[in-house]
Write a new protein. Sequence first.
Length: 170
Amino acid sequence: MSVELIFVAFLEHQKTVDIDFKAELQSLVRSLNQDGELETDSHGGVSFHCAEMSVDEDLCRRIGAQLAEMGDRFQKEGRIKTEVVESLVHDILNESLTEDRFEDAVTSLLNNLPPGTEIEQATLVVAMSLTSKVGSSVPNLLQNCFTTALTFIQRNYRSYIDRLTSQGAH
């Protein structure tokens, strides 16, 4: 679906040179590909294939890149707190990360947003940024955090993602 492709595009646009993170991201893409949803192309990019619906891959990539730019801004502004990332790493390592715990972590970082920032967009950016930071801190935890974050996003922000993709298609 478009959520997975946008999320992977976000992660691909992160400014990291960590080889282990990139390897885990490729592993994540391969595991999604086994589900018949995402494929890597010859340039290391991600493609979406689904017989039932058509998804504008370029649009999803652009949305992911825009969200990544916002995530970079949030990082520079100090909105993605190291202690929250460390707490999520701890929860994953102790197999106690739940969607509710992830939501609490995201919510804790949404205070004092810049004026005019859409709360739904900021929530997506924080959720994806936290996933990226967990994966950057401990690369082998990327898939676990991605799965939890993806479930959180799909359950709570599916209609927002659908609006983003339908607005961009026009």
